[in-house]
Design a protein around this ligand. Structure first.
Ligand code: COA
Length: 150
């Protein structure tokens, strides 16, 4: 899959997690670039006209739980709806795989609320994220647990 998008950006699927992991980490996500999480079913990257990675996203299916796992856009390229496009792709992928509901642990709930996601008490969430069992959860680190019903 490759989408020609705008004049100077290229969005395409990739199998190489490492550079995406570096970007996610630089954007503040809890990621070890050398450790691709299990259950990742699709990854996308967006390159600028020089082939530099400017945004990325991943979709995960973990023990039957459908997860919008990673999404990040480099600071200089934000506000151009790249994140929205990538989130759409994640959701389409998960729905295509049978999702009736999708989950994420995110630090910007206001962003996802724009796209129909809702914040859910952690006790109601299935075990899809290490955040849920991390000792820093709600103790210095405050990700929102979010769900979108299809
Ligand atoms: C969150 C993030 C992915 C947004 O990407 P982006 O490409 O700049 O966002 P978009 O251009 O698609 O924004 C779409 C809409 O959301 C709004 N929006 C963008 N960032 C937002 C935020 N942090 N909170 C609330 N709304 C936000 C935009 O203003 C726009 O609104 P509009 O439709 O009314 O014009 C990006 O800021 C990012 O990578 N942040 C750091 C990593 C991160 O937090 N990732 C999320 C994982 S928890």
């Amino acid at each position: 899959m490759e989408t020609s998008w705008g004049r100077e950006m290229r969005l395409y699927e990739t199998d190489d997690f490492y550079p995406l992991g570096v970007l996610f980490k630089a954007c503040g996500l809890e990621v070890k670039p050398e450790e691709k999480p299990e259950g990742i079913v699709k990854m996308w990257r967006v390159d600028d006209e020089d082939g530099e990675l400017i945004a990325a996203a991943t979709a995960q299916v973990l023990n039957g739980i459908y997860v919008a796992k990673h999404l990040a856009v480099t600071e200089a390229c934000r506000g151009k709806y790249i994140g929205k496009k990538l989130l759409n792709l994640i959701e389409e992928e998960l729905i295509g795989r049978g999702a009736k509901e999708m989950w994420l642990a995110g630090k910007v709930p206001e962003y996802y609320i724009k796209f129909g996601w809702e914040t859910v008490p952690a006790e109601e969430a299935p075990p899809f994220s290490k955040c849920l069992v991390c000792k820093q959860f709600n103790n210095g680190c405050y990700p929102s647990i979010m769900r979108k019903r299809v």
